[in-house]
Design a protein around this ligand. Structure first.
Ligand SMILES: *[C@@H]1O[C@H](CO)[C@@H](O)[C@H](O)[C@H]1NC(C)=O
Ligand SMILES: [Cu+2]
Length: 351
């Protein structure tokens, strides 16, 4: 309390640099293999690296607000476009999702979904067609003292990372992993919740058979969901985590941090993953080096070209859409700036 002055000076400075105070996923780790996330510096590269992470317009580490829940922005964050590569994971294995930072004030649930991309894979899939099913959720852990202890607090305590298990009986194939934190610090106000979705392409291997039904990204939430319009500044006995119910085979794992033992490059194309081609019983220990071997082989193949070309084609109509009216575009930009200002203010006061 006596340090109010220096604290408020700090928060003003933090507000000015608030982009650094919020989060995005910097990488994912699968059995020690680190797959790089989408880095905003890629936007300025002629030949950005192929990664398993979807590209999105969240350089400000911003969020998707409830009034955009029925817009495609809620699927994989703002203006998201398909990742051009994918990471390989065996059903039953765990993925550690590393955020570069997460503000303590942004309490809320951590949720994970999968959506099957079909036989054409995730590199070119139409995101609005994806149907997500929920494989993991942690909401309120202890609400006895407001603002409570949440999944997000567990994530921070775990070095800003989150461990999720791909259910063991999920059928092999290509999936989008949609990982999300919903910050509730302003959720008591209309349109105040903040969704931070991040997507990765996965090739799931194994011998599972389950193909759970899902819902479109734009149908996951509504602004009036009880877990979206929610006041955390009061004692809480429960919290209704929004979105569809968990699939029956979902496994909630104890949070732990994964050590990184190698850097992996995302695979491209539709080739069967090494672990799936051999005996399905191949252990994940054997799968890791196999991934590295295929990498080199997969990159120069011709599959990369059509998939990359297709992705560009899909991105083009999306990019042209806002150009419909420059007035509309300006309005959207103003609104985004206002949101960013409010966001910075929230963090300054709540951090
Ligand atoms: C915590 O995460 C950072 C990356 O954000 C990493 O560099 C660091 O090694 C991690 N710390 C531990 C103890 O694993
Ligand atoms: Cu924020």
């Amino acid at each position: 309390m006596p340090t109010f002055t220096s604290k408020s000076l700090l928060t003003v400075l933090a507000g000015a640099a608030s982009v650094a105070a919020h989060g995005h996923v910097s990488n994912i780790v699968i059995n020690g293999d680190l797959y790089q996330g989408y880095d905003s510096s890629f936007n300025y590269m002629a030949n950005p690296p192929v990664v398993a992470a979807w590209k999105a317009n969240n350089q400000d580490n911003g969020f998707v607000a409830p009034d955009a829940f029925s817009s495609p922005d809620i699927i994989c964050h703002k203006d998201a476009t398909n990742a051009k590569g994918h990471a390989v994971v065996k059903a039953g294995d765990k993925i550690s999702i590393q955020w570069e930072t997460w503000p303590e004030s942004h309490h809320g649930p951590v949720i994970d979904y999968l959506a099957n991309c079909g036989t054409a894979g995730c590199e070119t899939v139409d995101k609005t067609a994806l149907e997500f099913f929920k494989i993991d959720e942690v909401g309120l852990i202890d609400g006895s003292a407001a603002p409570g202890k949440w999944g997000s607090d567990q994530l921070i305590a775990n070095n800003n990372s989150w461990l999720v298990e791909i259910p063991a009986n999920i059928a092999p194939g290509f999936y989008v992993l949609r990982h999300e934190i919903i910050a509730l610090h302003s959720a008591g106000q209309p349109n105040g919740a903040q969704n931070y979705p991040q997507c990765f392409n996965l090739q799931v291997t194994g011998s599972g058979t389950e193909k759970p039904a899902g819902v479109k990204g734009t149908a996951l939430y509504t602004p009036n969901d009880k877990g979206i319009s929610f006041n955390i500044y009061q004692p809480m006995t429960s919290y209704p985590i929004p979105g569809p119910a968990l699939i029956k085979d979902a496994v909630s794992v104890a949070q732990a941090h994964s050590a990184v033992t190698a850097t992996a490059t995302a695979l491209t194309g539709l080739a069967a993953a090494p672990a799936a081609t051999g005996a399905p019983a191949t252990t994940s220990a054997a799968a890791a080096p196999a991934v590295t071997t295929t990498k080199a082989a997969a990159v120069p193949t011709t599959t990369l070209v059509p998939s990359a070309t297709k992705a560009v084609t899909t991105a083009a109509p999306q990019a042209t859409k806002p150009a419909k009216g420059s007035c509309q575009k300006r309005r959207a930009a103003r609104r985004a700036a206002a949101l960013a200002r409010r966001h910075a203010r929230d963090v300054a006061f709540l951090d």
